[in-house]
Write a protein that binds this ligand. Structure first.
Ligand SMILES: *[C@@H]1O[C@H](CO)[C@@H](O)[C@H](O)[C@H]1NC(C)=O
Ligand SMILES: *[C@@H]1O[C@H](CO)[C@@H](O)[C@H](O)[C@H]1NC(C)=O
Ligand SMILES: *[C@@H]1O[C@H](CO)[C@@H](O)[C@H](O)[C@H]1NC(C)=O
Ligand SMILES: *[C@@H]1O[C@H](CO)[C@@H](O)[C@H](O)[C@H]1NC(C)=O
Ligand SMILES: *[C@@H]1O[C@H](CO)[C@@H](O)[C@H](O)[C@H]1NC(C)=O
Ligand SMILES: *[C@@H]1O[C@H](CO)[C@@H](O)[C@H](O)[C@H]1NC(C)=O
Ligand SMILES: *[C@@H]1O[C@H](CO)[C@@H](O)[C@H](O)[C@H]1NC(C)=O
Length: 592
């Protein structure tokens, strides 16, 4: 197609969209498509604080940008705000990458510059804006994209042309924090009831389009200098040259009644969660960024994980080799061999978190556990055990699950793991401050524990000692379910084995509360004698399952298995009596 034809098509689609676009007074869907002319130029300006951990991801996205204009330029503003060694590390990595890009045939940029300077404070945007506008003016660009180094773009190749096509004076693409956090690149003035609903409609992409915001935009700005208003206020404004003048982009836009938009039709990417307490705490900012990276993989369509965010390979920034086990002797991850997807997701997560873990092949209730297997282990069911919700006996999945945990306890004892171990199931989802909190607790040598739940389902909320926190993060748990993640001491492992639970088996998440003596069923409890496991639980939980029962991509490896007969002693001849349930529709245990 010739350029002319493209222009005509773009013009026609512009007309079409203009006619059909619904107009609302505010929060309206107002999308139109601008046309491209071949002599337009575009400047990308990225501001970088001294956070070298974000660079491998940011730089990869910049490598993937496609320039839709005749010339594109890339500028970095590198702030020296903190006096630490990371300043030099950031500067070194950035300059190495710029050199590599300049000789790379893949680079789409006519120039790449790095400006390093010391800001008065982290919130000082004035100098940056003045510099950027001066550059935009010198380069005579039509478009300016300004953003923060902490963002993650999902389809950088389409970004710039998409932003141009929105044809707005000043806009931001919707970038969001992870589930439940509600941080984004825009805000509305009214944060009460209706304002909040309007915010959520856009944030959750229930309404799609470009929406006028009455509050402001942040972290990502896209200026279109074809609009005279934008030129006057930002580009040719003498008063911006006053060095003592402090201003912010959204304040200037508001004062000058510049219509500012957020667009959400495309899924652009993420920004880390931000909240007041973590605003100036570099360690918390780091943890929230890392959390954004690891949560990304969970945002895939139903029952799939997304591949991890890519890192640059243009310069060598190896993943850390300094891996932690939190001072424990092992971190076990129970994973079914046939669930390689979960294993891959977790391996990527551990790489990002710098955690060293060992995958432990789960005993497959569906394929491995059968009568012969049970006989070989001489398994006996707990007399009268019945699932409290479904009134059904144990199923093969639950048996497989018990064996997996049991063999790990045995492995701990065999290896004499004096420092204890962490046991995780492969659907574990980590809280943003998981590492920090776990490190803090496990480094306290005077804390005496056998088991610490990292996450659990609280079964009797009224029996929980929420107010008696130990070391801020821990409480003593009452009756709980789930075994998605717990730390276990060597003494604890021995206690769990010594009770010979294979001779009176019940689901592992019922066994644990029996052993710390907080199980409500006295008849079950009476079969176990030394129920004095010293138990703690993180409150709030620092891990959760990735999906809860009933959610669209919930998949359970224990629920979809055959139920065992109620017979105490398993007998091959009883096999025909096994009740077969392929899908158990109601399972209280896994509900939120
Ligand atoms: C960084 O160090 C310089 C020189 O030692 C000092 O003048 C400046 O105040 C320090 N900045 C911060 C933010 O601590
Ligand atoms: C950073 O590098 C400069 C020289 O390149 C050196 O003088 C300075 O001490 C370094 N600062 C830190 C904190 O390592
Ligand atoms: C220039 O910027 C100042 C803020 O520094 C603003 O008050 C003023 O309205 C702008 N001028 C124009 C012509 O828009
Ligand atoms: C892992 O190590 C890398 C390289 O040292 C570092 O940049 C990153 O912040 C670390 N991540 C975590 C979660 O500690
Ligand atoms: C304990 O479990 C048995 C068998 O499932 C049940 O019949 C009994 O009612 C339960 N007891 C209590 C106190 O919940
Ligand atoms: C470690 O735990 C003990 C027992 O709960 C507590 O008294 C002590 O303050 C903790 N130590 C530190 C350094 O937090
Ligand atoms: C059980 O398996 C079926 C088919 O294999 C699947 O569609 C369903 O989602 C599974 N149910 C659960 C609860 O995992």
């Amino acid at each position: 197609m010739t350029n002319q034809l493209i222009s005509i098509l773009l013009f026609l689609s512009f007309l079409f969209l203009s006619i059909h676009a619904k107009k609302y007074h505010i929060f309206g869907n107002d999308e139109s498509v601008g046309s491209l002319t071949s002599d337009e130029r575009l400047l990308v300006d990225v501001d970088i604080y001294n956070r070298p951990y974000a660079l491998p991801y940011l730089l990869r996205q910049l490598e993937q940008l496609v320039c839709p204009c005749s010339q594109c330029y890339l500028d970095f503003h590198l702030y020296h705000v903190f006096n630490t060694t990371v300043e030099n590390e950031t500067s070194r990595l950035l300059n190495a990458w710029v050199s590599a890009m300049q000789t790379s045939s893949q680079s789409v940029f006519a120039s790449i510059t790095v400006q390093e300077w010391t800001a008065k404070s982290k919130t000082d945007q004035t100098n940056r804006l003045r510099d950027v506008m001066k550059r935009a003016s010198e380069l005579d660009v039509t478009y300016l994209a300004m953003f923060d180094s902490m963002i993650v773009l999902l389809e950088p190749g389409k970004l710039l042309s998409t932003l141009i096509s929105k044809d707005k004076p000043l806009m931001t693409p919707l970038l969001r924090s992870t589930k439940d956090m509600y941080t984004s690149t825009f805000y509305l003035n009214d944060r009460q009831s209706t304002g909040y609903d309007n915010y959520k409609q856009i944030y959750e992409r229930k309404n799609l389009g470009c929406f006028l915001v009455d509050g402001g935009i942040k972290d990502f700005y896209f200026f279109n200098f074809k609009y005279p208003q934008i030129r006057n206020v930002f580009l040719n404004n003498q008063s911006l040259d006053q060095p003592e003048q402090q201003y912010a982009i959204d304040v200037l836009a508001r004062q000058n009644s510049i219509p500012t938009y957020v667009c959400n039709r495309e899924v652009y990417g993420y920004i880390p969660a931000q909240f007041l307490e973590a605003m100036y705490d570099e360690a918390a900012i780091h943890d929230l960024y890392i959390h954004m990276l690891i949560e990304h993989q969970l945002n895939g369509p139903s029952q799939t994980y997304l591949p991890p965010i890519e890192r640059t390979s243009l310069i060598d920034i190896p993943l850390s080799t300094a891996k932690t086990k939190f001072g424990l002797d092992e971190i076990y991850v129970i994973n079914l061999v046939r669930r390689a997807d979960r294993r891959a997701r977790l391996q990527a997560t551990f790489d990002i978190l710098n955690i060293s873990a060992r995958f432990f092949d789960a005993i497959d209730g569906k394929h491995t556990v059968d009568q012969t297997y049970l006989e070989r282990l001489n398994i006996r069911l707990l007399p009268n055990y019945e699932d409290p919700y479904n009134r059904r006996p144990m199923n093969y999945g639950e048996l497989g699950c018990f064996f997996s945990h049991y063999f790990i306890w045995e492995d701990m004892v065999k290896n004499d793991y004096k420092n204890g171990a962490l046991i995780l199931e492969d659907d574990v989802r980590f809280d943003a401050f998981f590492k920090y909190k776990l490190e803090k607790i496990l480094s306290n040598q005077s804390l005496d524990w056998d088991i610490i739940y990292l996450g659990r389902k609280i079964m009797r909320s009224d029996e929980e000692a929420y107010e008696n926190t130990i070391e801020t993060f821990l409480i003593e748990p009452s009756y709980s379910h789930w075994t998605v993640g717990y730390a276990l001491s060597l003494r604890g492992a021995r206690m769990l084995l010594d009770e010979k639970p294979l001779q009176k088996i019940l689901p592992v998440d019922e066994y644990l509360p029996i052993m710390y003596d907080h199980h409500p069923n006295h008849s079950w409890k009476s079969h176990f004698h030394h129920r004095n496991l010293k138990a703690y639980a993180f409150h709030p939980a620092i891990i959760t399952p990735t999906h809860y029962f009933g959610e669209p991509n919930y998949i359970s490896d224990t629920e979809n298995t055959t139920v065992l007969g109620k017979e105490e002693k398993i007998d091959v001849s009883q096999r025909s009596k096994l009740v077969s349930v392929d899908v158990i529709t109601k399972n209280e245990k896994d509900e939120l």
